[in-house]
Design a protein around this ligand. Structure first.
Ligand SMILES: [Fe+2]
Length: 412
């Protein structure tokens, strides 16, 4: 593919911003904590420090035919991990290089890539950019579980107020939804999408009812009182439930969405006689319209995302009340379908028909088509605005508790 210079320059600028964003995240980690592993199923922090650059390097150096200056790091930092339950990584801090050495590697990678960025296809630059943006989010999940004395605490705005929700189920009439992006349209409009977003296609959805709000901590507390295990983000202290936030603990905010695993979400839904929505039902509720003719780009319409519409784009670290952003409601009046926590669906992560892996990154999605991952839709507080496009799909194992993910229930 021949690079379109105007667009690649623009993308290179956005990549520079994204690098500044991830640099700012690493600056929140105290130097002595770079060899910690806050999530047992993931690598130590030092890995991610090298990974973002090694990924870009491995991708772009091949395409631009630049010889490696550090093959050992290119390989060491090449891939993240997603082990099956109980198969935790066993490496030691001493297995990893010094941060200063990794820092030198990252500086040189950036300089070299910047020198050739106008020779790189837009698609490849978009992959580098979105890979980094997604890691900016998943790195926040790791940071969340680093102990507070290992983090440099920034100034944090207090959460906005929000009324206690009145939980109602809203009827959604049946209709047709578009999952993914039609390939032809993406080419014509020069719109990037990951391999799993193709090929776009229509699915018809029969009528159902969905809760206006995400399930809150208050609702989930009833389930815990009935004998369920508390979510990872809660802690019990002297008879009181506490919220384990990014920058410290607080009394459990009852009107915030609960963060849970897929398994916990399913168990709650079953306990209330309801179920999780499918990916297509989520689309219908979020992007559908009453007339059924048009689908929206975002739940609120076609306006670009901004902070009045929802809790996303890294404006905050932790959730806000489920009632706090009515300007983001969907055509059917459903709140916060995008932002304030991903939402688990009942759909197993599988390829759409006519799926084709990216030639230069064949395993991106295909490694996860194992029937052991579920689709999440929406966004969390840490999801970049660029990733709020309708066709974007996220996926995790059903028992992975570190995602900023909640859910809402539906019934037939
Ligand atoms: Fe990665």
């Amino acid at each position: 593919m021949i690079a379109n210079t105007t667009t690649t320059t623009h993308l290179a600028q956005i990549l520079a911003q994204a690098r500044a964003g991830t640099d700012a995240l690493f600056a929140l980690v105290r130097p002595d904590a770079f060899y910690e592993r806050p999530v047992p199923e993931r690598h130590r922090i030092i890995f991610y420090f090298g990974h973002l650059e090694a990924f870009d390097w491995n991708l772009i150096s091949q395409a631009a035919a630049i010889p490696s200056f550090h093959p050992e790091f290119d390989q060491l930092f090449a891939f993240g991990i997603d082990p099956k339950t109980g198969q935790f990584p066993q490496d030691k801090p001493s297995d990893w290089p010094e941060t200063s050495e990794v820092q030198r590697y990252t500086v040189r990678v950036r300089q070299t890539i910047d020198d050739v960025s106008n020779q790189i296809s837009e698609q490849m630059l978009s992959v580098a950019l979105e890979h980094r943006l997604m890691h900016a989010e998943t790195f926040a999940y790791l940071l969340h579980h680093l102990s507070i004395n290992q983090k440099n605490i920034p100034l944090v705005a207090p959460p906005p107020p929000g009324a206690t929700p009145i939980h109602v189920m809203i009827e959604i009439p049946g209709g047709t939804v578009t999952l993914g992006q039609p390939r032809k349209q993406a080419y014509a409009q020069n719109q990037f999408g990951w391999d799993n977003e193709f090929d776009g296609h229509e699915v018809s959805v029969t009528a159902f009812a969905m809760s206006k709000y995400k399930v809150t901590n208050r609702e989930y507390l009833e389930f815990v009182r009935a004998g369920a295990q508390p979510p990872l983000f809660w802690r019990r202290q002297e008879g009181q439930w506490r919220w384990r936030g990014m920058w410290g603990e607080a009394p459990l905010p009852l009107d915030w969405p609960v963060y849970v695993t897929h398994e916990e979400a399913c168990a709650f839904a079953a306990w209330t006689g309801k179920r999780l929505p499918t990916e297509a039902e989520f689309h219908r509720a979020a992007y559908g319209t009453v007339s059924g003719e048009e689908e929206r780009s975002y739940p609120w319409g076609d306006d670009q995302p901004d902070s009045r519409r929802g809790n996303f784009d890294g404006n905050r670290w932790d959730p806000i009340p489920v009632t706090a952003t009515p300007l983001g409601d969907s055509a059917f009046g459903i709140s916060q379908l995008v932002g304030n926590g991903w939402e688990w669906t009942s759909t197993v992560f599988q390829p759409f028909q006519r799926f084709q892996p990216l030639s230069f990154y064949p395993g991106y999605s295909a490694r996860f088509f194992d029937g052991e991952h579920y689709v999440l839709k929406g966004a969390s507080s840490r999801t970049d605005a660029r990733l709020l496009r309708r066709s974007f799909r996220n996926w995790f194992r059903p028992n992975y508790p570190y995602v900023y993910a909640g859910f809402r229930c539906v019934e037939d």
